[in-house]
Design a binder for this molecule. Structure first.
Ligand code: GTB
Length: 216
């Protein structure tokens, strides 16, 4: 039986693939695992039935038989552990790929999310013009180091892994900020991720939800 994931019924990102069901869809597509999707409204997300799956009333979740998971990183890790293709067989290479998963979510993502939230919620505030350059610098600090580490390699550590999948997902949140463009190797890295057939399938699937909702 296919696992079931949850996603926004009506995503505020308007189908740009920025919500966190995207890395889960992408991981499932990379390993060739079909899946079902339960779409949730904001109200349904906070109801007891969904909170039993997700204590914080959010998407995404993942259900497979009697296993229910939340947290996109944990779900991607679970998929990568259960299927071939997203983590190397060699134990040390596998540990390094997992390290990149954590680096994406714990080290690179926070300043990107902080900046994104300020752009979304603080634009009209008196402090915005002063705060934005500080937040930009926080993002640049991470991008400088990531760019140096990646160099001219295709992926962060050898073959494409779940670490790259999460890192590309995180970096995509900078689309439209103008920040990524200062780092040609990181821009090319994101483009390489987006060019993967599995990424395209996942992206099209979440876009189809938005298209159906907005035309219906
Ligand atoms: N750490 C959790 C994970 O990685 O799974 C975070 C989950 C999370 O933030 N879920 C969000 C959610 O359910 C959706 S993805 N929000 C509803 C709520 O909290 O009530 C975050 C997100 C939302 C919208 C955009 N966007 O519009 O661009 C991008 C990302």
């Amino acid at each position: 039986m296919s696992p079931t994931i949850t996603a926004f019924k009506s995503s505020p990102d308007r189908g740009r693939g920025l919500a966190r069901d995207m890395p889960v869809r992408w991981a499932l597509d990379e390993v060739g695992q079909s899946y079902d999707v339960r779409l949730l409204s904001f109200v349904e997300m906070k109801e007891a039935a969904h909170r039993a799956r997700h204590p914080f009333g959010q998407i995404p979740t993942y259900e497979d038989g009697d296993l229910a998971l939340f947290e996109s990183g944990a779900i991607v890790f679970h998929i990568a552990e259960r299927h071939a293709g997203l983590l190397p067989d060699d134990a040390n290479a596998r540990a390094r790929a997992i390290t990149w998963m954590f680096a994406a979510l714990s080290t690179v993502q926070p300043p990107i999310v902080d900046r994104g939230m300020a752009v979304l919620l603080e634009r009209e505030k008196t402090w915005y013009a002063e705060r934005l350059p500080i937040l930009d610098q926080g993002v640049r600090d991470r991008l400088n180091d990531l760019s140096s580490r990646l160099g001219d390699a295709d992926w962060l550590d050898g073959e494409f892994s779940a670490g790259d999948l999460l890192m590309v997902t995180v970096l995509r949140r900078l689309n439209g900020s103008g920040l990524l463009e200062d780092y040609p190797n990181l821009s090319a890295y994101v483009a390489r991720g987006e060019a993967r057939p599995a990424f395209k399938r996942a992206f099209d699937a979440q876009l189809a939800v938005f298209t159906a909702v907005s035309s219906g």
